[in-house]
Every structure is written in C-alpha cells, then in structure tokens.
Design a protein around this ligand. Structure first.
Ligand code: HEM
Length: 352
C-alpha cells in the first residue's frame, strides 16, 4: 500500500502533454487504497493491433469450426504472427458456441503481412462453410488511446504481454474517472463517440462501416491460483454478481451504449478451461462505459466486493484482475462477418 512518497502517473512519460481537459483526479495528495500497475510498452511502439477472430456454430463440438480455429492458431506461429494470443470460448444467448483467438501485434507491418497471407481468408466468401460462421474484429489503436490496469505486476495478460515492463504503483486509480485519467489522449481530447456502425452485405459476408471513437474494454479475472477462503469469496460473492452484470450488458447494454458484450472462458489449445475469464465489450462512447461502471448495481457491488477482497487478502491475494481499455478511430477498425447470426458482435447494432 502507498505511503506519502511521490506516486508516478499511469501515463508513460513520453505521452504526457499539457492538459487542456481537466483531470478527474482532484489532488496530487490523493493516495489509492491499493497498488495498481500498468503495462509499459517500449516508447518506440506507436500503435498496436488487436485482432479477435471467431468461429461460430450451433453445435458446440462442430468439427469444422474446431478445425478452422486450430488451423488459424497454427498459422499464427508462422512468419509475422502475433507476439501473443489467447484462446477463449463463449456460448452466446442464442446458444451458439463462439471460439476465439485474440491476437496482439506491436508491428503493424508484420500484422499486414500475416493478414494478407493467412488472416484475410478467414471471412472471405471462399471460406464459406455450411453451419459455421466466421468473424474478424480488428482494432489498431495508437498508444495514446490505450490504458491498462493490473492488480499484480507479475501476471501479465492480453496487451501486457507486449510490454517492456510493468510500471510502479500510480496515482490514477481507485476513483471514478481514473480510467479516463489514465488514457493519454484524454489530456487534450474528450474522445466523444460519433456515428453508428452499420453493415453492408454481399452474399453471406457483412463488412461494417465503423463509427468514430469506438470504445473497447477487455476486463479479466485470473482465479487459477486462488485457494481456500479467497477462492470461495471470489466464486460465491464476486463471480455471480459479475455474471449478472455481464448478462445485463449482453441483453440490455444498449441503454448505456454497449453494442455487444461477451463474457468468455479462457481455454488452452485443447479447449480446457484454465480458470481465467474476460469480458470484452464494445461501446458507442467511453462515457457510457464509465456510467455503467459507476452506476449499475452489479459493477458497484463488484467494486465494493473487490475492495473487501483487497482489504481481507491484501498483498497475499491470488485473485488477479486487469483490464485494457481503448478508444479507436474510425480508420483503425475492421469488422467483418461471414455467415454469422445477426446478433454477432457489431451485426447486432443493425439488428436492434
Ligand atoms: C471481478 C470483476 C471485476 C472487479 C472486481 C472490478 C473491480 C473494479 C475496480 C476495483 C475498479 C477501480 C479500478 C481503478 O480504476 O482504479 C474498477 C474500475 C472499472 N471497471 Fe471494473 N471490475 C470488474 C469487472 C469489470 C467488467 C467486466 C467491466 C466492463 C465490462 C468493468 C468496467 C470497469 C470500468 C470501466 C472501470 C473504470 C471506472 C472509472 O475509472 O471511472 N469492470 N473495477
């Protein structure tokens, strides 16, 4: 926990600029109750690429969907593949099993090269298979449009696997609005969303014309190392409330500007659950995400539980939490769907 020493900022030194937007942080004398860490990318990295590839089928053990995702995974081990990738499974509320590979690149050229050879075909008409849907959702934010927060500096997830290091504990944590304060671009830009994503079909394929400043959060929990009372607290107190919040966002999230929410199980290459989950959601405006986090009873309760969890288990806590948030410009998004049901990802925007 923090004493009276100076705390660093979550914003990396080379991304700090004079603020024209007021920070939500009210006093430099403020100290968060608990330490948080952020991943530090090398200062030479200007942009990252994060690609969500999905295969969707009504039957959970569809061999073509499984074989396709395995092939895609193999292609990522070849030249120009990602620095890091995760496998995940999510059964949506229409009963479809969605298999994901979430892949991360810091080298945009490598992504372009890999995508041209192995990625673009994923949603091409030539990849049409009866009974299987494919989708590609790519965001390529510049680094001033990203923030991450971790409860542990020794358990990198997602974007942090691209980082050079983890930061020291920082000041912009533990108050509503701290996520915005950590996003470098908000020093000068309120990142208001503009427009609405909408699809154009050609045959079984739909390409989305994106909106400006789409917000995306990946928020995860690793409970694989928890035991005893800590594990019980997570599974019995935190997780059911979290699931209720995730169901709300999936079903009624549009009232907050949430276009889509998936609460996914992380799996290994054999599709065995590894006791980690993450939610990924897409928002029309960062402020809708903030409002939900601050005001919805589920997140407010999760937040309070997290505080109790930290107070009770403190520095020995083995529940590891993190999130990565980004606000993405129109020209840095690519969402494409082949033979998917009409509530999949951003297709659901038109369907409602
Ligand atoms: C077990 C699950 C979760 C726990 C324990 C949890 C707890 C917390 C805590 C303690 C904070 C304050 C961190 C900080 O900024 O210093 C926070 C912030 C936040 N959480 Fe969660 N959370 C969970 C899941 C989620 C999920 C799934 C989402 C979104 C889909 C989410 C959205 C947010 C947002 C947007 C903030 C930043 C709010 C702001 O700074 O104004 N959280 N959460």
């Amino acid at each position: 926990m923090n004493g009276n020493h100076e705390l660093d900022s979550a914003i990396a030194p080379h991304l700090r600029v004079p603020r024209s937007n007021t920070a939500r942080l009210r006093s430099m004398g403020y100290r968060p109750d608990f330490d948080s860490f952020t991943s530090r990318l090398a200062s030479s990295v200007e942009q990252v690429t994060i690609a969500y590839f999905g295969a969707q089928s009504v039957d959970g053990d569809n061999p073509a969907a499984l074989a396709s995702i395995q092939d895609l995974g193999r292609s990522m081990t070849l030249a120009n593949g990602p620095i890091h990738s995760d496998r995940a499974l999510w059964v949506d509320d229409w009963g479809f099993t969605n298999r994901f590979i979430v892949a991360y690149w810091t080298d945009g050229y490598a992504f372009d090269e890999w995508f041209a050879v192995d990625g673009a075909a994923w949603t091409a008409e030539t990849h049409f298979m009866d009974g299987v849907g494919f989708f590609t959702e790519v965001v390529r934010p510049t680094v001033d449009r990203l923030e991450t927060i971790f409860t542990s500096n020794a358990h990198p997830e997602g974007l942090a696997n691209l980082a050079e290091s983890m930061s020291e504990p920082f000041i912009e944590a533990g108050y509503w609005g701290s996520m915005r304060d950590r996003l470098p671009i908000t020093q000068t830009d309120p990142v208001a969303g503009a427009g609405t994503p909408s699809g154009t079909s050609s045959g079984a394929r739909v390409v989305i014309a994106p909106q400006h400043n789409l917000a995306l959060i990946r928020s995860g929990q690793d409970f694989s190392e928890t035991a005893g009372p800590e594990r019980a607290f997570f599974l019995e107190e935190i997780e059911p409330t979290l699931r209720a919040g995730m169901d709300f966002l999936r079903d009624e999230g549009r009232s907050f500007g949430c276009y889509a929410n998936r609460y996914m199980d992380v799996v290994d290459e054999n599709e065995e659950f590894v006791e980690k989950r993450f939610a990924v959601s897409l928002w029309s405006d960062l402020s809708g995400l903030e409002l939900w986090a601050k005001s919805h009873p589920t997140h407010a309760k999760i937040f309070a539980s997290a505080m109790r969890h930290m107070a009770e288990f403190g520095s020995t806590a083995e529940l590891h939490l993190y999130h990565e948030v980004m606000v993405v410009e129109r020209q840095h998004q690519w969402f494409e769907y082949l033979n998917c049901h009409d509530k999949t990802g951003l297709l659901g925007v038109d369907a409602t």
